[in-house]
Design a protein around this ligand. Sequence first.
Ligand SMILES: [Zn+2]
Length: 408
Amino acid sequence: MSASTRKAASQGRIGDYNQTVILDAVRRSADGVSRVELAAATGLSAQAVTNIVRQLIAAGLITEGRRAPIARGKPRTLLNLNPDGQYAIGVHLDPAVITYVLLDLVGTTLAHARFVTPAHPDPAEVTADSAAQIEELIKVASISRDRIVGVGIAAPGPIDVDRGVIVDPPNLEGWQNVPLRDALRDAVGLPVLLDKDVTAAAAAEKWYGESGDFLFFYLGTGVGVGLVINNEVFRGTSHNSGQIGNIIVDNGIPCPCGYQGCLGEGSQPRMLVHLGIVNGALDHDVDLDDRPQVEAGLVELAERALSGNYPASQVLDTMVRGVLKASEDIALLLDLDHIVFGGPHWTTLAPFFSSGRIAELRRRHSLQSARELTTSGTRIGEDVGAVGAASLVLDHTFSTNPAVLLAG
Ligand SMILES: [Zn+2]
């Protein structure tokens, strides 16, 4: 937003704008911040800060905490966010697993739940079920419903963010043009936003303190990347950036797209389990059309590889090489020097991203970059998509310019 449009947008709600600025400054000060420091940090006058702080305390969003001693004069009272001032709910719809979280204002998970996605998930049934799970979460956390800002949904792309519609994800059969955002809003009676799973995951890492620019490599039923560039979550022109499934990483398996050796086709759990069966690492009794069986097969493949089964190791090593090749190319393309790995399958697959493999990635990257590449695993864990969806909802409290609107 340019300075002039920001000014135009804030006319008439200048108080709201400044409240958001103050709230965000309080959020960034984990140990508390004084009114004097807020004035210095935001450029607002001492009187304006005092007035806004009074409003925010009355609204229950911030609290006065301990007094910080200073060299001389009256000690300064430190302000903190009130964790129970607001809440947000996140739903991560993954083809293999559906995750729900309820966060408080400082991002603590108060309740969470996870369920295996039905084999043939019907949009209407999933919507009704999600609404029921959300009610259950609210009950478990025993919080005040009127302090819930809204519900964020993280879903596989492509999505239509403006209309809140899931367009046609490759791994969700029967989910063409599903208006999930509005359907869930009507079912739970709370504002709802819809964003892409990889975008939500990147937003979560940023929310929980990952600083600077980075690429989030998402390992789920599909692969994808979320990007933080210039300290902002990057979404692209249609909010669908990060579709990397058809990047070619070897010359092997034919892909429905018409090429061979695409990363997405070669790294999906169904294919890994199939390859494990073909080369003798796994028994033959896995139904590849049954997602829960495939998920269990992937875990078993990983366990066998870890216990020294060579054919199992071969399958997973080939997949990891493909992931690292694509990561290297994307990092170089965008001049990013940090990669975060995560997503629903990260816990299972992390042991195969060995220090040797990572060292090789860094060495190759260094040949073409002025900066050293660093990598890390998600700091949030398996709930990263759902936590990210909820953090996008909380952005409406802390950002003067949230990228995705809450409908409702
Ligand atoms: Zn392809």
